[in-house]
Design a protein around this ligand. Structure first.
Ligand code: GLA
Length: 516
């Protein structure tokens, strides 16, 4: 006899349902922390593959949770690389191209854990989606050196580094702003060699990247191919070689290249015009003695996903600013996150070294664009939905709220290792929507080990039962199902999985054929 799958009832869903009749649902949801805290025993997290070019400076910090002190070891570390056994930082440089299979080990007084890892020395960077933090959505035009240092400190003290977060990226507003009345934004735009200068809020860029690197993290910077950035600061137009050389001199590892004022800033451009600045930048980057990941930002113009990789982009923004309007963030999540992706079948274009970028993680405290900060307008369920979708579609996980003010709920969204494993899976195969029935959607990502990550989403205004059919997911027979947000096995199911899902919420699972 066929067994009827048990429905999964979310605690969140129930609280939303109870409140539905009386109050607006958005203000009624509780912030239920679903993810158990990591235990004292060591666990190695994050990416399992890392790309580097021959002779470039190498930096990778083994992300591991568990009680400190912890000692690290690497079996099979190739010549040229050195491990700091106390911090897990691997540095040096590789001379020869090739794939190096190594084993990471982490030991503390609760035990030892091992995990395989692959270093690929070749031409491709960003073999898994970037993980990190960006200053824009919380600090926008008042970012400073002190803020960036505090962000690096917080990435370590919050433990985010132990889950694989790596990049600490300045967005716009570090360069001089022509015509500004603010003395900290004035000064010579370039030095005698024509190299771009930072403004008075960034007195010593090299010291800043040294500070970030010393923590085992990487540093990112931002400019535009136009004469000015979107916020009106000096940008790279006709100084492309010098500015990339400057970023190398300063020690940056990541560049966001934002269209802004290029060719007058209009959107009525030919594909050749759209591609030109990115081809130029990536050709210049390829010549540098340092690896710099290239993030294209041009809001999806000319179906950038179809050619972003061919012009050297490691990732490309797929739509306008997700947080362009603070109150508009929930609507943008569904429109620019879900719909832009499925309508354009973006899963066909992403992969190792080339990722669709639906913009930053807009949770925690964000800029209110009036000089202050405010808690994200996303409801708790929308925040689970946001992070789950980003992982299912292999999006960069770049948090852009206030990293120095992380509450437990926000941290639980950002640091669930089993959910992050979906994003960082080494196969790098972006997921896609496989079923839609009104407001209910099922999304699936194929994982390297043959399992499937499955998201059951409810975009509707009330509690609803979502059914994920095996035929849609592409599996057969009995499947062992695990709830990833709760890190809990749910049992074995056949033919379908049904779940009651709250308004704008998700149930995220991973399934393996029984016996595997
Ligand atoms: C554009 C980008 C944003 C941000 C701002 C900075 O709007 O899309 O991500 O970088 O510029 O001015």
């Amino acid at each position: 006899m066929r067994r009827t799958p048990r429905p999964l009832v979310l605690i969140l869903a129930v609280s939303a349902l109870a409140a539905a009749a009386l109050t607006p649902l958005t203000s009624a949801e509780e912030k239920v922390i679903l993810t158990p805290k990591p235990g004292p025993e060591p666990r190695i997290n994050g990416a399992r593959v890392f790309g580097v070019r021959p002779r470039s400076p190498f930096l990778f910090t083994i992300p591991a949770t568990g009680e400190r002190p912890m000692t690290f070891a690497v079996e099979g570390l190739p010549d040229g690389l050195t491990l700091d056994t106390a911090t897990g930082q691997i540095t040096g440089a590789l001379a020869a191209r090739g794939e190096y299979a190594v084993t990471f080990k982490a030991t503390n007084r609760s035990g030892t854990i091992e995990r395989g890892f692959k270093i690929v020395c070749g031409d491709t960077l960003a073999l898994t989606p970037h993980m990190g933090w960006n200053s824009w959505y919380v600090w926008e035009n008042h970012v400073t050196d002190g803020i960036m240092r505090a962000a690096a400190d917080a990435m370590v003290s919050s433990g985010m580094i132990d889950h694989g977060y790596q990049y600490v990226n300045i967005d716009d507003c570090w360069a001089v702003k022509p015509g500004s009345n603010d003395p900290t934004l004035q000064g010579p735009e370039r030095d005698a060699r024509g190299m771009v200068n930072s403004n008075g809020r960034f007195p010593d860029m090299k010291a800043l990247t040294d500070y970030i690197h010393a923590k085992g993290l990487k540093a990112g910077i931002y400019t535009s191919p136009g004469p000015l950035t979107c916020a009106g600061h000096v940008a790279a137009w006709q100084h492309e070689e010098q500015d990339v050389a400057r970023f190398v001199e300063w020690g940056y590892d990541f560049l966001k290249y934002d269209w802004c004022t290029y060719l007058g800033g209009g959107r009525d451009k030919t594909i050749d015009e759209l591609q030109r600045p990115y081809r130029l930048a990536s050709a210049i980057l390829a010549k540098q003695p340092r690896d710099i990941v290239l993030n294209l930002c041009q809001y999806g113009m000319g179906k950038v996903w179809e050619w972003g990789a061919s012009v050297g982009g490691n990732s490309w923004r797929t739509a306008d600013d997700l947080g362009g309007r603070f109150e508009g963030i929930p609507a943008a999540l569904f429109r620019d996150g879900f719909d832009v992706y499925s309508k354009n079948e973006l899963h066909r274009h992403g992969g190792p070294g080339r990722w669709n970028d639906p913009d930053y993680l807009l949770i925690g405290y964000l800029s209110d664009w009036q000089g202050g900060t405010a808690a994200t307008p996303l409801t708790p369920n929308e925040q689970y939905t946001h992070f789950s979708l980003w992982c299912l579609v292999s999006a960069p996980l770049i948090f852009s709220g206030d990293i120095t003010r992380l509450d437990d709920f926000t941290l639980n969204i950002l640091t669930n290792d089993e959910v992050i494993d979906v994003d960082q899976d080494p196969l790098g195969k972006p997921g896609r929507r496989v079923a839609k029935s009104g407001d209910l959607e099922v999304w699936v990502k194929e994982m390297e080990d043959g399992s499937k990550a499955v998201g059951l989403f409810n975009r509707g205004e009330g509690l609803a039962e979502v059914t994920a059919l095996w035929a849609d997911i592409g599996v057969q027979g009995r499947q062992k199902v695990r709830d990833l947000w709760r890190q809990k096995d749910l049992g074995v199911y056949k033919d379908a999985l049904k779940a009651f899902v709250a308004r704008h919420g998700v149930v995220l699972v991973r399934m393996w054929p029984e016996g595997k």
